[in-house]
Ligand binder design. Structure first.
Ligand SMILES: [Mg+2]
Length: 121
């Protein structure tokens, strides 16, 4: 079974994402910020990280940078979630190591399409 770590400081968004991902046959773990996510990845790397951008403690961007410097292996695919569709913003995230992005709020169909793109569909 494929695994996904849902990283978001919003409990409601984590719940919605979990529901969608479980319907797509993922086993889901949750983290409330980048720090928790990094610890979870170090303990056991998931196949996929669904990553919020704005979070307390450690942001999505800081998580990407820290993951890049870590020895976490194998590398999870990373889809980041954003409310900003600015080109520079998305470019920065992809440059920092994200594989794809999805606009919030996302639905099942949109997320499934992104998972196809990163090879986890
Ligand atoms: Mg947030």
């Amino acid at each position: 079974m494929k695994t996904c770590l849902v990283v978001d400081d919003s409990k409601v968004i984590r719940k919605v994402a979990r529901h969608i991902l479980e319907s797509l046959a993922f086993r889901v773990e949750e983290a409330a910020d980048g720090r928790e996510a990094l610890d979870a990845c170090a303990a056991q790397a998931p196949d996929l990280v669904l990553l919020d951008w704005n979070m307390p403690v450690m942001s999505g961007m800081d998580f990407l940078r820290a993951l890049g410097l870590s020895s976490v292996s194998p590398r999870p695919k990373i889809v980041f979630c954003t409310t900003e569709n600015g080109h520079a913003h998305i470019r920065a995230a992809l440059d920092a190591g994200a594989d794809e992005y999805v606009m919030k709020p996302f639905d099942r169909e949109t997320l499934a399409g992104k998972l196809q793109i990163v090879g986890l569909g």
